[in-house]
Design a protein around this ligand. Structure first.
Ligand code: MRU
Length: 351
């Protein structure tokens, strides 16, 4: 562990380039990678140097600007055609988190609505990418505050279980699920966090615990199959997770294992919260059945680190996300307040 950060910002824009925390190297090494082209940004998203739904949206926004600034034309139509080609490369990186597509759409809208020269459009695109990042950080603070309103009132100090990493690393900063947990900690309502390790990529073990250690938030690491036992023992007062895409009916896609956690929570009467910005809600999709689920490389399943854990001759299946049905979700915590899933639709016009 080489850093002691109090504020974690996975994506920073400085000196005409994006600087990313390399999340594939945490917690062993804190290093930043400089990104100067859209191809590098697309590769960083695909290989999960940057990951987490809001963070990949922000990364894609900067990626689109990096591509736009290299387009050499003074013809608006030619510019937009080439910009769309760059957008396609960025869209093809990861399919499940809607924030990626949302951020690209926001950027393209800015481009088409900006009058003047191509240079004016390029300037507007950088401003928009910066705004998407800054707004996301503010949104996370608001989610944290909204979460405080719906967390159980007793006991005074809660133990909260989370899955994967929906923290500062997965957003502009502060986090969604971990934002609620941070706000609980800052207001004296948190006893400790239980972090699921989150096989196969171990975002909980590697990233969530790292963030907690940075801020001295008490954290207990468990393997994914321990959650039911912990709930049975009365150790967990609430579950708070993030989301990659929420549909109009309140179904929520999140890291694989979230669905089983929600079932276990329901069985034990433990409230189950999904914390996400409204940019994660895809009102175009009616239910979670329509969400594209990313499948990743088999190596993630048959290896732990670089060590193979099973014999040759085995087949593999590696869906990276699952969908938790709305009926298992106690409330969805957004920057505009927490609602039961069926009330999410009230935000569809303004989102
Ligand atoms: O595959 P990842 O690491 O990008 O998956 C991340 C998650 O599933 C997070 O819980 C989700 O993106 C919410 S991040 C605020």
């Amino acid at each position: 562990m080489t850093s002691n950060l109090t504020q974690v910002y996975p994506i920073i824009w400085e000196s005409d380039r994006a600087s990313l925390i390399d999340q594939t190297r945490l917690p062993d090494e804190y290093t930043r990678i400089e990104i100067t082209t859209y191809q590098q940004m697309a590769a960083a998203i695909k290989t999960m140097i940057v990951r987490g739904a809001p963070a990949i949206g922000i990364a894609a926004a900067y990626g689109l600007y990096l591509g736009a600034k290299e387009i050499k034309t003074s013809d608006r139509q030619v510019f937009f055609t080439q910009l769309e080609e760059i957008a396609q490369v960025l869209r093809a990186t990861r399919p499940t988190a809607v924030n990626l597509f949302w951020a690209i759409d926001q950027m393209l809208k800015t481009a088409t609505e900006t009058p003047g020269t191509i240079d004016d459009i390029k300037t507007a695109l950088l401003q928009k990418a910066n705004a998407i990042r800054e707004e996301d950080i503010q949104t996370c603070f608001a989610i944290g505050e909204a979460g405080l309103m719906v967390l159980p009132k007793t006991p005074e100090k809660l133990t909260i279980l989370t899955h994967c990493n929906a923290g500062a690393l997965a957003t502009g900063g502060y986090g969604t699920a971990l934002g609620v947990i941070r706000s609980a900690w800052n207001s004296g309502r948190l006893n400790r966090v239980y972090a699921d390790e989150t096989r196969p990529r171990l975002q909980g073990a590697k990233l969530t615990t790292w963030e907690c250690v940075q801020e001295q938030i008490p954290v207990t690491l468990i393997s994914d199959n321990m959650a039911a036992y912990c709930m049975k023992q009365g150790l967990i007062h609430a579950v708070v997770v993030g989301a990659d895409r929420i549909t109009a009916n309140g179904d929520a896609a999140n890291k694989i294992g979230t669905y089983s956690l929600a079932i276990v929570a329901k069985f034990h009467n433990v409230p189950f919260f999904v914390a996400a910005p409204l940019s994660t809600v895809d009102f175009k999709l009616a239910t979670g059945d329509e969400i594209p689920i990313e499948e990743r490389d088999a190596t993630e399943v048959y290896q732990v680190g670089t060590t193979r854990i099973c014999p040759e001759g085995v087949e593999f299946f590696n869906p990276a996300f699952d969908v938790t049905p709305a009926e298992l979700i106690t409330a969805i915590i957004t920057e505009k307040g927490a609602v039961i899933p069926s009330e999410l639709k009230q935000f569809s016009v303004s989102s």
